[in-house]
Design a binder for this molecule. Structure first.
Ligand code: FAD
Length: 421
């Protein structure tokens, strides 16, 4: 039973941490809630940083999870710009800030998120090399894209994943020249596989993006501290004024690891290992969001999900567990992306090697369709492209784990709802 004398500490003020704090209060927790984050900005959502905010369409105010006043109004003790550098699981304290302040916890949530992977090549110290994770990065990149657009400048993007492609789309909207260097044969290969990856390649080519597939950046060439070009391992050289490293993110596990908490196998994406109720190997410590690796019953594997919906729902799920109201966290993974006039939502999990066919319902040529990744008739994942209000039936199909008739699945006249019945 939770009582008012208890203190719950949350490390990391991203979406997972902020939503966990909110849930503790909405579920009636009357003890202390301490939220500590190394960023100076109030907790904010990251998806706009590569879309509306980068394009100057969303205001800065619109990205925050709560209004600044919300924290005091809800008695959440917010420590911004302060890093937690140690967890003592015996004394049940965290240490944070320059002066090594100790805060006692009864329950602790680790919501430290992820950080961009760095390019390990010569030239990354140059002024024109960028990453995109934080508001400050987006602000800087916004100025860079505007200048490139004005001056007919070149942006080379290392990595054709979601962030690489969204920035490519934004850069083209600003009028910059864009080349994406990607080791795989299509963009988004590791998530969508070659079939749908090709569709995104075509979309971007139509908007003037150049791709260099099957290659890696080996050097960023500079002069007087400025970027001049980007070289690849097959000997090509692309002119560049700026380079964005968009080669994925790594979970921020150092704190958990130093505290002796169990980590997940790298083969399963790494991260802090939690059980189905988001509890770590220490019963008083929980983890949620990008940093957590949880066993997913639907896919019979551990997953570490680096998406907005997982932070939005995982933070509250961990908070309920901390309050002793644990329930299995088994939501179907979900994410969305917007590029030019293409909007999509993806539910499920079906990387290459896990599915045996892709079934298309609708018109892929017009980019108005739903794709299903299917194994032995069972739908593992579905992606709706410029088709809306179908997430619920798609997720039901995935959760039902039943084999479906793939001809009916491909037929837009057969209601999706009838297939999971
Ligand atoms: C540019 C961009 C675009 C995206 N677009 C989409 C999208 O379109 N759709 C989608 O589904 N997902 C998208 N995502 C992913 C989504 O934003 C993440 O899944 C989500 O932010 C994860 O939230 P989180 O709270 O787990 O982690 P984070 O948002 O990373 O927050 C963790 C916080 O903890 C802080 N922290 C870490 N260690 C410490 C420490 N020791 N002490 C104190 N503080 C610490 C970090 O600095 C950070 O502020 C995007 C991500 C980025 C970067």
């Amino acid at each position: 039973m939770v009582d008012a004398d208890q203190t719950f500490v949350i490390v990391g003020g991203g979406l997972a941490g902020a939503k966990a704090a909110e849930t503790l209060r909405t579920e009636g927790f009357t003890g202390r809630v301490i939220l500590i984050c190394d960023e100076r900005d109030h907790p904010y959502e990251r998806p706009p940083l590569s879309k509306g905010y980068l394009l100057g369409k969303d205001t800065r105010e619109s990205v925050f999870v709560h209004e600044p006043a919300w924290y005091a109004q809800n008695d959440v003790e917010l420590h911004l710009g302060q890093t937690v550098d140690a967890i003592d699981r015996v004394a049940k304290t965290v240490r944070f800030g320059d002066d090594g302040t100790l805060a006692h916890y009864d329950k602790l949530l680790i919501a430290t998120g992820a950080e961009p992977r760095r390019l390990d090549v010569p030239g990354t110290h140059l002024a024109g090399v960028h990453h995109l994770r934080r508001l400050a990065h987006a602000e800087r990149l916004k100025g860079v894209l505007a200048a490139l657009g004005r001056d007919n400048g070149h942006l080379v993007i290392a990595g054709g994943g979601w962030i690489g492609l969204e920035v490519a789309a934004a850069a083209r909207e600003y009028g910059a020249e864009v080349t994406v260097v990607e080791p795989e044969p299509t963009p988004l290969h590791g998530v969508l596989g070659p079939e749908l990856g090709a569709l995104f390649a075509d979309l971007h080519r139509e908007h003037g993006v150049r791709f260099h597939f099957g290659a890696r950046l080996t050097e960023i060439v500079g002069q007087d501290g400025m970027v001049l070009a980007a070289r690849t391992d097959d000997g090509e050289e692309h002119p560049a004024h700026d380079v964005l490293a968009a080669i994925g993110a790594a979970p921020r596990t150092a704190l958990a690891e130093a505290a002796g908490l169990e980590l997940a196998d790298r083969a399963h994406g790494g991260g802090v290992a939690v059980d189905s109720s988001l509890r770590t190997s220490d019963p008083d410590v929980y983890a949620a969001g990008d940093v957590a690796s949880f066993p997913h019953g639907l896919f019979d594997t551990r997953l570490r999900v680096e998406h907005w919906a997982n932070a939005l729902n995982g933070g509250p799920a961990a908070a309920r567990s901390m309050l002793g109201r644990a329930a299995a966290y088994d939501r179907v993974p979900y994410f969305f992306s917007d590029q030019y006039d293409l909007g999509m939502e993806y539910s499920g999990w079906a990387p290459p090697g896990t599915y045996d066919e892709v079934v298309i319902r609708g018109d892929a040529g017009k980019r108005e369709f739903i794709a299903f990744w299917v194994k032995e008739g069972r739908v593992l994942a579905g992606m709706n492209v410029n088709v809306w209000d179908v997430t619920e039936p798609i997720q039901k199909l995935i959760a039902s784990r039943t084999a479906v008739d793939t001809e009916a699945l491909a037929d837009p006249h057969v209601p999706l709802e009838s297939l999971s019945a």
